[in-house]
Design a protein around this ligand. Structure first.
Ligand code: G3I
Length: 317
């Protein structure tokens, strides 16, 4: 028994976790990660990104990405590809070149085609475009948008479809868990892409949330997005707190995990859920938000926290 087994029993495609290559030497960690009753899907949290896969123009390295793709295959787990076009973790040559539109279009096409083509047939879904929006719903200013406008998104999606016709193509972002201007902007983008005949299959809702501050509109928001004819997934769930942990915070965190998972369970086309790593031992939170952490359902000693029981309760309802 485990989270993925429960999720699949209830009709979901997977319950999964992110992981990163350095973590795979910890055998206590992999003993839990490798169990496909617990996790039916893996996402590499760094090793398929642009800086990792194409550090120099036209020179591709897949060793680390392959390690996680192979692990998922060995374990009988689905793989989410993360990600091809994102403003962050870009190699210097992408950010420092004085691009014109033709040159950057070709660079995006080569990157997306080569990376997604390399993993053709192995990936359930790709975050083709990651975090394109500002929190106010405008497009983020970055090398892609500043050079190509929003056309960079369709350039990437069209190249992705050609490279692996069976992978589901997602746009992924944070702060679109609930209704609001940023989710509305994402919905407008989906509608615009569809009207142009650009392939788009899903919206990734990251889910980097804060204990005690989880919105009550997650289900309503997911229903609005899926009404457009795309699926949704919770792609990077964690719920952080201001340290130190207290019993009250851990109990609120349990409630918050249950709230988020319950929303996905209630929406038919919310097809899966992914933890942004399952243990506090490897969470990205403390190094980014000083004084915060304890965001995952397993603690630093790989012991399940109350949050785990909140997830189970949601998966069983
Ligand atoms: O690889 C270098 C290493 O050579 C160097 O010695 C070390 C020293 O700082 O840094 C290493 O790079 C780090 C990298 O993770 C790999 O461990 C970066 O500093 C660090 O910033 C990077 O953090 C990642 C972060 O994305 C970067 O934005 C996190 O692990 C990763 O979990 C996080 O994931 C993102 C998703 O991709 C998109 N959504 C938000 C999410 C959380 O930020």
């Amino acid at each position: 028994n485990g989270l993925n087994a429960l999720a699949q029993t209830q009709g979901k495609t997977y319950f999964g976790s992110a992981t990163d290559n350095p973590e795979l030497t910890n055998t206590a960690y992999t003993a839990i990660l490798d169990n496909n009753m617990m996790f039916g899907q893996l996402t590499p949290s760094n090793s398929m990104k642009w800086d990792a896969t194409e550090p120099e123009p036209g020179t591709f390295t897949f060793t680390e990405g392959d390690q996680i793709a192979d692990l998922a295959k060995t374990n009988g787990q689905l793989l989410r590809g993360h990600n091809t076009v994102w403003y962050n973790q870009l190699p210097d040559w992408v950010t420092s070149t004085a691009w014109n539109a033709t040159g950057l279009t070709a660079a995006i096409q080569r990157h997306v085609s080569t990376v997604i083509g390399h993993y053709k047939g192995q990936v359930y879904s790709w975050d083709v475009v990651n975090e394109p929006f500002n929190d106010n719903g405008t497009f983020r200013s970055d090398v892609f948008y500043d050079t190509l406008g929003e056309s960079y998104i369709s350039i990437a999606l069209i190249a992705a479809r050609a490279a692996d016709p069976n992978a589901k193509l997602y746009i992924n972002d944070y702060n679109i868990e609930g209704t609001g201007v940023k989710s509305t902007a994402m919905q407008n983008l989906v509608t615009s892409l569809q009207s142009q005949g650009v392939p788009i299959d899903g919206v990734g809702i990251e889910g980097h949330l804060i204990v005690g501050e989880v919105t009550t509109t997650i289900q309503e928001n997911m229903e609005a997005i899926t009404a457009l004819g795309v699926e949704v997934a919770i792609t990077e769930l964690d719920i952080r707190m201001t340290l130190p942990e207290t019993a009250a915070l851990l109990d609120q965190q349990k409630t918050d995990y249950q709230t988020v998972i319950s929303a996905c369970m209630a929406v038919e086309k919310c097809i899966g859920m992914t933890l942004w790593d399952y243990t506090d031992l490897y969470s990205w939170v403390p190094s980014t938000f000083s004084g915060q952490g304890a965001a995952c359902p397993w603690d630093e000693n790989l012991v399940r926290k109350p949050a785990y029981d909140g997830i189970v309760a949601a998966l069983q309802s």
